[in-house]
Design a protein around this ligand. Structure first.
Ligand code: ASP
Length: 584
């Protein structure tokens, strides 16, 4: 037996017992002839003491010990004279009688403690050492617990966990595929799944009724804090259901997760149409922890010879409570902030509703107090508030206002990480027009069903067709999305038509789904949650990286094992591939 207890287990009640522990050396201190060692494993830290009067053998061995050595000790539990209230085993220590060095360690490249001195790059290169640190490991423990709760919630509700292929054909999520060459079919490639979308729909045709999978998906996109080239979805599909059935079941699952892993009860999720989200929050993933909604003030501000507003398609404002005392410097900083290319506003107008009731704006030349007070009432502003106004192209301005709203909320501390507000954004547009290629794209994916009442618009005004598609948004983060699916082959062909597929290309890409639909497809709908994002939100992290045991860096590299990397000529020969990189 390597150990009788873990390093987090022993208490005063074990006093006098002879025990065996094994673990890593976190720290070694020498103090007046005695040596103290903090022994660490996944479960905690226990203090070991090597006394002055230990045997010479033992003393010699203790001298060899360094950080991160793996050792096994036999000893007796005794009460500590100076107790450490910060750790669970802090009332006891082990008087060691026997020591075995199981494994020596080189000096680690950074200190393996909660607060490490290692920078990001070095910690990623030695990720297995980084994972020894409590805060990093705890995220993965949380991840494991959440996966377990998800499984039990869904399996209790008759979902069948089913694996789908990783080597497959290109899928329809609209991102770039990762591809894998086939040795047995020279010159041909598999695509790694962007999601198991088609397979889960086929499982519904197969009569599975309820499917789920916690599954790796692959998308070759540029990376950001909340993206990784391979990420995990909680992927689900259900038959004989309507949109509300899916929303209710997964609202239940989300609440269950909050309850069981965070002991938090969250409010019922409101359903907010996409159009409302865009108009009031300038975003399809509104953060509803705070109000500060966007107001369209076009009608109030036009016609006063202020050219910028008169010529703008849209003029919108937000009202920041209690910010009328913002200084010139703060306002200039905000103006520069909205002018950054990521936000793209041309400028910003402000109106201060001072605490003494007076009004002061950056466009006083064009608007008198009476006019300005109309702005204030349009924004339901009160004395002490600050109104910020952006104008221009409607869609762009709304998005910029949405970003400004979040920035102001950050400045005002309105985005508390420990407050959770979830909602369903529903009625997304079915299609998205792309100016560059002059064609429609599916906003979700080509299998998403239009709202039945909007089907006639497919002929006349496809851009206005709404879909039975929904997103789960928590604290301004898109956590999941899905849709009711098309299950009628004619409607599906029409969709492919609209999306610019020829009969042949639709057949080549999705023929097997279309032929499956000829054999009796049930009405079905589904959803996928971004599992990494959900864990990162629960763990209070800013990036999904630390929810993943072995993540990639921003250039999609695994810096620990140096992937991707060239392969041997022999491997290329087997694949009948010659590398001749084209200039970009
Ligand atoms: N496959 C979709 C996605 O990955 C989710 C769904 O429609 O169920 O976004």
């Amino acid at each position: 037996m390597y150990r009788t207890h873990t390093c987090g287990e022993l208490r005063l009640e074990h006093q006098g017992q002879e025990i065996t522990l094994a673990g890593w050396i976190q720290r070694k201190r020498e103090l007046g002839g005695m040596t103290f060692v903090d022994l660490r494993d996944r479960f905690g830290i226990t203090q070991l003491v090597f006394d002055e009067n230990s045997s010479t053998d033992l003393k010699e061995n203790v001298k060899k010990l360094g950080r991160e050595f793996v050792i096994q000790v036999v000893g007796t539990v005794r009460e500590r004279s100076s107790k450490n209230k910060n750790i669970a085993t802090g009332e006891i220590e082990i008087e060691v009688s026997k020591l075995s060095i199981l494994s020596a360690s080189a000096v680690p490249p950074f200190t393996i403690e909660d607060e490490s001195d290692g920078g990001d790059d070095i910690r990623m290169k030695y990720r297995y050492l980084d994972l020894r640190r409590n805060p990093v490991r705890e995220n993965l423990v949380l991840r494991s617990k959440m996966a377990h709760e998800i499984r039990s919630y869904l399996i209790e509700r008759e979902f069948i966990e089913t694996e789908t292929p990783v080597l497959m054909k290109s899928t329809p999520e609209g991102a770039r595929d990762f591809v894998v060459p086939s040795r047995m079919n020279p010159g041909e490639f598999y695509a790694l799944p962007q999601s198991p979308q088609i397979f889960k729909q086929l499982l519904m045709v197969a009569g599975f009724d309820r499917y789920f999978q916690i599954v790796k998906c692959f998308r070759d996109e540029d990376l950001r804090a909340d993206r990784q080239p391979e990420f995990t979805q909680i992927d689900c599909e259900m038959s004989f259901v309507e949109q509300e059935d899916v929303l209710n079941l997964f609202e239940g699952m989300t609440k269950h997760l909050f309850k069981t892993t965070k002991q938090v009860d969250i409010d019922n999720f409101i359903r907010m149409p996409y159009a409302e989200a865009m108009a009031n929050y300038g975003s399809d993933k509104p953060d509803i922890r705070f109000e500060m909604m966007i107001k369209d003030i076009s009608a109030v501000v036009k016609g006063q010879d202020f050219k910028v507003f008169d010529e703008a398609e849209y003029i919108g404002a937000i009202c920041a409570k209690g910010c009328s005392e913002y200084t010139r410097k703060q306002l200039d900083a905000l103006t520069n902030w909205v002018k950054r290319p990521q936000i793209g506003a041309k400028g910003m107008v402000y109106l201060k509703y001072n605490t003494d009731g007076s009004l002061k704006s950056s466009v006083d030349k064009f608007y008198n107090e009476a006019e300005l007070s109309k702005w204030a009432s349009a924004c339901q502003a009160e004395a002490g508030d600050l109104i910020l106004v952006l104008s221009g192209d409607k869609d762009k301005t709304l998005k910029a206002l949405g970003e400004l709203r979040l920035e102001m909320a950050n400045q005002l501390g309105l985005r508390d990480k420990n407050t959770y507000k979830a909602l369903w954004v529903v009625d997304f547009p079915l299609l998205e027009w792309d100016e560059e290629t002059k064609r429609y794209y599916a906003m979700h994916h080509p299998f998403t069903a239009p709202k039945p009442e909007d089907i006639p618009l497919l002929e006349t005004n496809p851009g206005n067709v709404r879909a039975n598609a929904y997103d789960l948004v928590i604290n301004g983060v898109e956590i999941g999305g899905g849709s009711v699916r098309i299950f009628n082959p004619e409607l599906q062909s029409k969709m492919f038509d609209l999306l610019g597929f020829t009969k042949e290309s639709a057949e080549a890409q999705f023929g097997f789904l279309m032929s499956a639909f000829k054999y009796g497809a049930p009405p079905h709908a589904g959803i996928a949650f971004g599992f990494d994002r959900l864990v990162s939100m629960f763990a209070g992290l800013d990036s999904i990286r630390d929810t993943i045991a072995f993540p990639k860096n921003n250039s999609g590299r695994d810096v620990m094992n140096d992937a991707p990397s060239p392969i041997a000529d022999a491997q290329l020969d087997e694949l009948q591939i010659r590398i001749d990189l084209k200039e970009k």
